[in-house]
Design a protein around this ligand. Structure first.
Ligand code: GDP
Ligand code: MG
Length: 627
């Protein structure tokens, strides 16, 4: 295939607007899959993807299509369908010259439509607007075309009205792809330059990297180098995706395909990396950055005897997902476990669900936290605090096998664990991660949504009517305010009509404090949290109340308190209770008495002693666990 007859494109859409259905239909029309596979959503491979109707891992396919006597090679590059993966979306898009933007004729433009449009627009790709589901009774393609014109400045006449489900006008979309999307600009005579836009792990063959060739050609036996890791490999196999791997002799500039080269971990073929031939280095493609976890949570086996099983399940699962970070951790209450880092909340849920479904593991996942930062003040204090911080951290790393990162001498430290919260005296500023959120909603919910956003310390950046009764709002959110239940709150107050998407927006200054929980005056390490000053009172009160409910009464009164430094901000009191287990069988049968005492001793094993107070493991699980 000469470069002029190649088209590399993606389909982008808000969730459920019909991306997978359209992709299936394109595969069918081009004879890539047979009609018997109909409605199987061939490109969504994982079970959780089918269930949730989202794409987690991009799946791509090469289509062969004859148009007006010319054979075209159309490479459909599937992108993940959720904000948590927006870095991966932008990487997959950089392998394309154009996109099909799918909008539901009934729902119109939604938050993800806006976010995806801008990713494609910024990458200077040709955009083919498609209005899907015109077969629906309530379809209003005219209205959606107006929205597209108003918000994206695309003439309404350019929109193609289709029904992916019934196949109406789908062929027109293919023709538009050929007409409107330019072929890739590259040359097989140049040195090899291949972009890794996805990678998966196969137990038999190792890492399978999906690549797009921006120059040169590649074949079995050649020696290649990763620009990111500088490691050298010999190519074992190359081929195209149809959508299953089909080996070919060579891949040429402009083509999209896969490569197997003895890479053992997906971290060796990171998304965004550039591959080149050994001894023929090229300028790497721009924009590479390692995926950076933004949401952290503790993971513990429900039963410690399951530790090793969970460990091997985690190892196998992370083989396929290099964006999850795993560090050993331990908690006095929950035992040995891990601290995991995820790209976002959905990523965390998907990971957890895969553990359950594919490995039959049930685990305790603690409430998620975000990475804060502290900027240290005077040089003297910096040294001292860094030394204290790094020493403490270093020992903790030694104990837990955490990947120790040298922070000494830097004036900024990252806090992913409240135990690392540096002393206020040595800190000039605390920083928290933020995101720019896009909300699209029918206008009747604006009032409630604005209140919700203000409640979450968000700052309005934009507000725009996209038609008479639909509004787009943009807010700058502190990330930690949306990681827990923002999406659910938004959905429930808008009866499900508002949609939400966000992108990384860097760090901002924040009034952070460390809140301790005290049980009879003794701090409970695992319940300490880093929190914004304004939120501490409410959060402290809630934690105390929940603890009061979950700790069983004991022989003496127990004070449960939340404190900032020395200042108590909330208190609950658990009244004393006299429990005499053996009283009931006083003078009774001795074996029964022994049995009861034994049961009590067993119960004690699961207790954690805080000062003189015994707290059952269950209580911690209930307080710490994500709802
Ligand atoms: P995705 O999340 O963008 O991949 O969306 P899917 O392709 O999974 O489609 C979401 C839902 O919309 C599925 O139930 C599809 O059957 C349905 N759907 C997709 N295209 C059409 C269409 O043209 N007409 C109708 N009526 N339903 C459609
Ligand atoms: Mg889909």
């Amino acid at each position: 295939y000469p470069v002029e007859s190649i088209r590399n494109f993606s389909i982008i859409a808000h969730v459920d607007h019909g991306k997978s259905t359209l992709a299936d239909r394109l595969l069918e029309i081009t004879g890539t899959i047979s009609k018997t596979d109909r409605n199987k959503q061939v490109l969504d491979k994982l079970q959780v993807e089918r269930e949730r109707g989202i794409t987690v891992k991009a799946q791509s396919a090469s289509l062969f299509y004859n148009h007006e006597g010319i054979n075209y090679l159309l490479n459909l590059i599937d992108t993940p369908g959720h904000v948590d993966f927006s870095y991966e979306v932008s990487r997959s898009l950089s392998a394309c010259q154009g996109v099909i933007l799918v909008v539901d004729a009934n729902e119109g433009i939604q938050a993800q439509t806006v976010a995806n449009f801008y990713l494609a627009f910024e990458a200077q790709l040709s955009i083919i607007p498609v209005i899907n589901k015109i077969d629906l009774k309530n379809a209003d393609p005219e209205r959606v075309e107006k929205q597209i014109e108003k918000l994206f400045d695309i003439p309404r006449d350019d929109c193609i009205r289709i029904s992916a489900k019934q196949g109406t006008n789908v062929e027109k979309v293919l023709q538009k792809v050929i007409e409107k999307i330019p072929p890739p600009q590259c040359n097989s005579a140049d040195p090899l330059k291949a972009l890794v836009f996805d990678s998966t792990f196969d137990h038999y063959r190792g890492v399978i990297a999906n690549i797009a060739l921006f120059g040169g050609e590649i074949a079995k036996g050649q020696k290649i180098v990763s620009a990111h890791t500088k490691k050298r490999y010999e190519v074992n196999e190359v081929g195209i995706l149809t959508p299953n791997e089909q080996p070919t002799h060579k891949l040429y500039a402009g083509q999209v395909g896969y490569l197997i080269a003895g890479m053992k971990e997906v971290t060796e073929a990171q998304i965004g990396d550039t591959l080149f031939l050994y001894k023929q280095p090229v300028e790497p493609l721009p924009g590479f950055k390692s995926a950076k976890p933004m949401v952290f949570a503790g993971m513990y086996p429900i039963d410690q005897t399951e530790y090793n099983n969970l460990k091997s399940a985690l190892e196998r699962l992370t083989l396929n997902d290099s964006s999850v970070t795993v560090h050993r951790d331990s908690s006095l209450a929950l035992g040995a476990g891990w601290r995991l880092g995820f790209l976002g909340l959905l990523h965390m849920e998907v990971f957890n669900q895969r553990l359950e479904q594919e490995y039959n593991m049930s685990v305790i996942l603690t409430a998620p936290t975000v990475p804060y930062k502290a900027v240290l003040s005077s040089a003297k204090l910096i040294k001292w605090e860094c030394r204290r911080h790094t020493l403490l951290y270093y020992f903790k790393c030694l104990l837990t096998g955490l990947h120790y990162k040298q922070e000494y001498g830097k004036d900024e430290i990252t806090i992913i664990n409240p135990a690392q919260f540096p002393d206020k005296l040595s800190v000039s500023e605390y920083l928290e991660p933020t995101v720019l959120g896009t909300i699209v909603t029918p206008h009747e919910y604006i009032g409630k949504i604005i209140t919700l956003c203000q409640d979450r310390r968000a700052v309005q950046k934009d507000m725009l009517y996209i038609d008479e009764n639909r509004v787009m709002l943009k807010y700058l959110f502190p990330l930690n305010e949306i990681v827990v239940d923002f999406y659910d709150a938004l959905k429930s107050l808008s009866s499900g009509y508002a949609s939400f998407d966000y992108e990384d927006a860097g760090y901002q200054s924040a009034d952070l404090i460390k809140m301790d929980i005290l049980v009879n005056g003794n701090p409970v390490e695992e319940l300490a949290t880093v929190i914004h000053k304004d939120k501490a009172y409410a959060a402290g009160k809630l934690l105390c109340e929940r603890l009061k409910e979950t700790i069983p009464r004991q022989l003496f009164e127990i004070a449960i308190q939340a404190a900032i430094g020395k200042k108590i901000i909330a208190r609950e009191t658990l009244k004393a209770y006299r429990k005499n287990v053996v009283a009931k069988c006083y003078g009774g049968d001795i074996t029964r008495r022994m049995k009861l005492l034994k049961r009590q001793a067993e119960g004690k094993r699961l207790m954690r002693k805080i000062g003189n107070v015994e707290v059952p493991r269950d209580a911690f699980i209930r307080v710490l666990k994500r709802e």
